[in-house]
Design a protein around this ligand. Structure first.
Ligand SMILES: [Zn+2]
Length: 57
């Protein structure tokens, strides 16, 4: 059974697929934000911490 929650950034619906685990990273289909699953029951996601990426320049 999948669970629904809302994107904390843009409020779009986020569907957690069956088998989603706490700590998993998702991206919002609407705004593209990286989201971390912080709770499964109830379903809850938070904006994932942005990792510093080295773009090689
Ligand atoms: Zn979003």
């Amino acid at each position: 059974m999948s669970k629904m929650t809302d994107c904390p950034v843009c409020d779009a619906e986020i569907k957690l697929e069956e088998g989603t685990e706490q700590g998993e990273l998702l991206s919002c289909a609407e705004c593209g934000s990286e989201l971390e699953v912080i709770n499964i029951n109830p379903a809850e996601v938070a904006e994932a911490p942005q990792e510093e990426e080295d773009w090689g320049e």
